[in-house]
Ligand binder design. Structure first.
Ligand code: NAD
Ligand code: UDP
Length: 347
C-alpha cells in the first residue's frame, strides 16, 4: 500500500486531501501540531471513510511539529521497520495568514522555511525524495487584468509570500544539486474555499478570520453584524476585487493527480497554478452566496485593504495539461458546501 506523509494534514486543505487519499486507497500518515486545527478533523475524516464503504481507513496521526527532527526521524524509521516506508510527502504544514506574517515575520520564516528545511533533511536521510508542496499565488508580483501564468513575474508583497518563494527556491536548489533524484510538484494555490459535501469538514481557522469565506459564514449566521467589503473603486467591472476561488475538493483532487505524477514519472521540478481560471468579484460572491443559500445579510463598502490586488486569476492551462485533472465544481457549489458545513458543524 503506497504510504504518504501529509504534514498539516488536519488543517483545512490537508483534511480534505486525506479524504481524497483514503478514497484512492493510500496509507496516510499525518503530522500536525494543531496550532490552527483540531483533532476533531481526524474523527470527521474517519467518519467520511466509514460512510463510504470502499474507502481505506489506514490513517495514523502524530501530534507534533515539523521542526521536531526527532519526531520526524521516528516517523520515517518506524515506517521502515514496518516494511512499509513512506513513498512521498504532501507538505502543507505552515502558517498562512498574510496579516499575521506582517506582524510576526520571524515566526513565519521559522515555521515555513526552517520547518521545511528540517522536513527535507529527514526526507533526504531516508531516501524519500518525492514531494508535493503547497505554495501560493501570493508569490507573484501583482498585475492588473491579466491571467497569471507560471512564468509571470515573481514579487511577493508580504512576509508570508516571501516564505513561500524562499521554499520554492530551496526546492529548486535541491533539484539542481541532485537532478536525477528528486521529484517535486510545486502547487501554487489561488483561493481555496468551500467544504466537503458531507458537511463534516470545512474551514475553521483559530482566532479571528481574515479571509472572505470564513467571514461570510460568520456574517450569514448572524455572528457578525455585516460584511465589510474592502473597496468599491478598484479598476474592475463592479469596483470590487476579483479572485480565482477554487473548491477545496477540486484542490484535493489536484494533489492526487500531482502525486500520481511524482510516483510514476522520472525526476523533475514542476510549478503549477491551481485555480479555475475564472475570476469572481467580491460582490458576485456575495450575491451567489445569498442566492444559493437563500439567506440575507448586510454588507457595507469600506476602504481598500492594504496590500490587496484588484485581480488575481490563474492561467491554469499548464496544470490541465500536466495533471489528469480539471476543476469540476463552480462558485455555487463552493457557497453551498461552505454554508452546509457551517450549518451542520455549528462551528
Ligand atoms: P491550515 O492552517 O488550516 O492548515 C495548516 C495546518 O498545518 C494546520 O492544521 C496547522 O495546525 C498545521 N501546522 C502549522 N504549523 C505547523 C508545524 N510547525 N508543524 C506541524 N503542523 C503545523 O491552512 P490551509 O488553508 O489548510 O493551508 C495549508 C497549506 O496551504 C499552507 O501551507 C498554506 O500556506 C497553503 N496555502 C493555503 C491557501 C489558503 O488560502 N488556504 C492558499 C495558498 C496556499
Ligand atoms: N475581502 C473583503 N472583506 C473581508 C475579507 C476579504 O472584501 O472581510 C475581499 C478582499 O479584499 C479580497 C477578497 O475578498 O479582494 C478575497 O480575500 P481573501 O483574504 O479571502 O483572499 P486574498 O485577498 O488573500 O486572495
Amino acid at each position: 500500500m503506497t504510504k504518504i506523509l501529509v504534514t498539516g494534514g488536519l488543517g483545512f486543505i490537508g483534511s480534505h486531501i486525506c479524504v481524497s487519499l483514503l478514497e484512492k486507497n493510500y496509507n496516510v500518515i499525518v503530522i500536525d501540531s494543531l496550532i490552527n486545527s483540531d483533532e476533531d478533523n481526524l474523527l470527521s475524516i474517519k467518519k467520511i471513510c466509514k460512510f463510504s464503504n470502499n474507502f481505506s481507513n489506514h490513517i495514523t496521526f502524530f501530534k507534533g511539529d515539523i521542526k521536531d527532527k526527532e519526531l520526524l526521524i521516528n516517523i520515517f524509521e518506524s515506517s521502515i521497520e514496518d516494511n512499509n516506508p513512506i513513498d512521498a510527502v504532501i507538505h502543507l504544514a505552515g502558517l498562512k495568514s498574510v496579516k499575521e506574517s506582517v506582524e510576526q515575520p520571524l515566526e513565519y520564516w521559522e515555521t515555513n522555511v526552517f520547518g521545511t528545511m528540517i522536513l527535507l533533511e529527514a526526507m533526504k536521510k531516508y531516501n524519500c525524495k518525492k514531494i508535493v508542496f503547497s505554495s501560493s499565488a501570493t508569490i507573484y508580483k501583482p498585475i492588473i487584468d491579466e491571467l497569471i501564468t507560471e512564468n509571470s513575474a515573481l514579487g511577493p508583497i508580504s512576509p508570508y509570500g516571501s516564505t513561500k518563494l524562499a521554499v520554492e527556491n530551496m526546492l529548486g536548489d535541491l533539484i539542481k544539486s541532485k537532478p536525477n533524484e528528486w521529484r517535486i510538484t510545486n502547487l501554487r494555490y489561488f483561493n481555496p474555499v468551500g467544504a466537503h459535501i458531507s458537511g463534516l469538514l470545512g474551514e475553521n481557522p483559530k482566532g479571528r478570520p481574515n479571509n472572505l469565506f470564513p467571514i461570510l459564514l460568520k456574517v450569514a449566521s448572524g455572528e457578525y453584524e455585516k460584511l465589510s467589503i474592502f473597496g468599491n473603486d478598484w479598476p474592475t467591472h463592479d469596483g470590487t476585487c476579483i479572485r480565482d476561488y477554487i473548491h477545496v475538493m477540486d484542490l484535493a483532487e489536484a494533489h492526487i493527480s500531482a502525486l500520481d505524477l511524482i510516483l510514476k514519472s522520472s525526476p523533475f521540478f514542476l510549478n503549477l497554478n491551481i485555480g479555475t481560471g475564472k475570476g469572481k468579484s467580491v460582490l458576485e460572491v456575495v450575491e451567489t452566496f445569498k442566492k444559493v443559500n437563500r439567506c440575507e445579510f448586510k454588507y457595507a463598502f469600506n476602504s481598500r485593504r492594504e496590500g490587496d490586488s484588484p485581480y488575481v486569476v490563474a492561467d491554469n492551462r499548464l496544470a490541465l495539461s500536466k495533471l489528469d485533472w480539471k476543476p469540476k465544481r463552480n462558485i455555487d457549489d463552493m457557497c453551498r458546501d461552505a454554508w452546509n458545513w457551517k450549518f451542520k458543524s455549528k462551528k
